[in-house]
Write a protein that binds this ligand. Structure first.
Ligand code: MSP
Length: 514
């Protein structure tokens, strides 16, 4: 079986509605997935929702709903948003699915049987209000637990622990031997430091008296499993890892390992420590440890988004207001992958008007109009335009190098550089002057052909980020929709008839300030 490009996103908590940070991660992953499809690869793109856990149980309680009902309602919001934003995922990971729960339990049982999970008792300070154990980190300067924790009691609790510390040295040696494990590289260094400080095992159970909304441990019905153990397993359960009698099968092995796209807050410890160690303990080889692409945060007003700050930007409203393409393009063009970005609605509008409406939209419109006016929309292949084609090829090479490194902002910069080049070419060639001089007829043909050919390639390059606009461009250029990178090598045929121009990116009019 040919190797499939498997890409996953973090699965979003269903304790609250989706926000722009969730949308950014999903769009980034969608763009990478679409790019790999366009390279001719088989792609399996998985995203979904994290429906269990204490946060969901608490949010449900506040609304007087059963956790399942509450999680289902929030899940609907995510699905509606992803549909609106044009996500092209191949599978949907909802952790309340019976198949997923079954795989989580099978893995827990096999780790338990292998002696990787043990029972122990723990005594500590417990916040009744926050429903969590507190450590010295939670103590204030006076050494006391602050009022935010409510009543704090000392309790002893029996729980199940996963032998994390035992695999610390393996993880360090794995990281050292695989410099490309985490992208960007500075995050790998950060992870390595954290692993060096690792001590202690991971508590993977919660007594049902404290938390009911989870997957019951197969070896003790008095407990559910910790939500992170449940959530991480989605990557393999929905990848088809254990959907028959035995783990592993040809289909799963043709996909795995996936590229995991996650935010910087969930690298340490969940994805960079717990997950590789869980997989290693479950018998996955070093070659089967999934690489991590760690993106930055979308911030608002210099602050991390929080409900209490009231600075949550609703991606559904933005998409309604400006269209999904405007939002997708803005996020992919302005966020440098791996870095944080300050969200600005003004920048979104500026990017749309400058790059999409002016640079690309007008270019398409002017080209089609001139071809129609001067040549009845028929383009003639020039005798020698090797130099122009070589320049296009260089842009495509730069674009692919950037996309292969997940740098969507730099790839788009390269693509829009080609649009800028075409606009400058129109100014220097002045086709309206060439049209007046019969001796320049061949030159006019060459200019129109070169512009149409560049637009054809641009429609391919923008397609992962702007699939709808790419299809619109293809229709206007009268070329098949869904061309791939391989089609870059086959320029427009001599005598190709271009289609009729219609505005692709109508300008967003900004109401004058009052
Ligand atoms: N449910 C866990 C992930 C489990 S994965 C096995 C979780 N959920 S989350 O809803 O809090 O976050 C989902 C993803 O969105 C994470 O990758 C997180 O980093 C990302 N983001 C959350 N807020 C973000 C921003 N403000 N900006 C960019 N991404 C952010 O963690």
């Amino acid at each position: 079986m040919a190797k499939t490009f498997f890409i996953t996103t973090a699965i979003d908590y269903t304790n609250a509605a989706p926000h722009i940070g969730h949308a950014y991660e999903k769009i980034l992953s969608d763009v990478i997935a679409r790019y790999h499809r366009m390279k001719g690869e088989e792609v399996f793109f998985l995203t979904g929702v994290d429906q269990h856990g204490q946060k969901v149980q608490q949010s449900a309680e506040k609304q007087g709903l059963a956790p399942a009902e509450f999680a289902a309602g929030v899940t609907e919001k995510f699905i509606a948003l992803w549909t609106k934003l044009g996500l092209s995922h191949d599978a949907w990971a909802a952790t309340t699915e019976p198949l997923h729960k079954d795989v989580v339990r099978k893995i827990l049982q096999s780790l338990y049987d292998a002696g990787e999970i043990y029972k122990a008792s723990y005594s500590g300070f417990y916040s009744v209000r926050q429903e969590q154990f507190l450590t010295d980190k939670e103590r204030g300067e006076d050494g006391e637990f602050g009022p935010e924790w409510g009543e704090v009691v000392e309790i002893t609790e029996e729980n199940y622990y996963f032998r994390l510390a035992k695999h610390r040295d393996w993880l360090l040696s794995y990281i050292d031997a695989h410099p490309g494990y985490v992208t960007p590289a500075f995050r790998q260094a950060e992870l390595r430091n954290a692993v060096e400080r690792l001590s202690g095992d991971l508590c993977i159970s919660r007594p049902k008296a404290r938390l009911e909304w989870g997957i019951e441990l197969p070896f003790d019905p008095g407990y559910v499993t910790y939500v992170w153990f449940d959530a991480l397993v989605n990557y393999i359960s929905f990848g088809g890892y254990w959907n028959g009698a035995e783990p592993h099968n040809a289909e799963f092995d043709s996909r795995w390992p996936a590229l995991h796209v996650i935010g910087k807050d969930i690298l340490v410890p969940a994805h960079g420590v717990y997950w590789p160690i869980i997989l290693h303990a479950a018998g996955f080889t070093d070659a089967e440890i999934p690489p991590l692409l760690v993106h930055g945060y979308i911030n608002i007003g210099g602050a991390k988004m929080s409900k209490s700050l009231g600075n949550i930007v609703d991606p559904a409203i933005l998409s309604e207001k400006y269209g999904p393409g405007a939002l997708r393009y803005y996020l992919m063009r302005e966020a440098a992958t791996g870095q944080d970005m300050e969200f600005s609605e003004d920048r979104l509008v500026i990017r749309y008007n400058t790059d999409l409406a002016n640079d690309l939209g007008n270019l398409l419109n002017r080209t089609l109009n001139m071809a129609k006016r001067y040549r009845a929309s028929v383009v003639k292949k020039p005798a020698d335009n090797a130099e122009w084609l070589a320049e296009i090829k260089a842009v495509v090479e730069l674009y692919t190098a950037k996309m292969d490194g997940y740098l969507t902002h730099a790839a788009l910069e390269a693509a829009f550089g080609l649009a800028a080049k075409c606009n400058a070419y129109i100014e220097t060639q002045a086709p309206w002057k060439l049209a007046k001089d019969p001796a320049q007829a061949d030159q006019l043909d060459a200019v129109l052909y070169n512009l149409a050919e560049a637009l054809r390639v641009l429609s391919i390059l923008i397609s992962p980020v702007l699939p709808e606009a790419a299809a619109g461009m293809a229709a206007q250029l009268n070329i098949p929709a869904g061309l791939t990178l391989a089609d870059v090598a086959t320029p427009l045929a001599d005598g190709h008839v271009l289609g009729a121009p219609t505005p692709l990116f109508p300008r967003i009019e900004i109401p004058a300030a009052e």
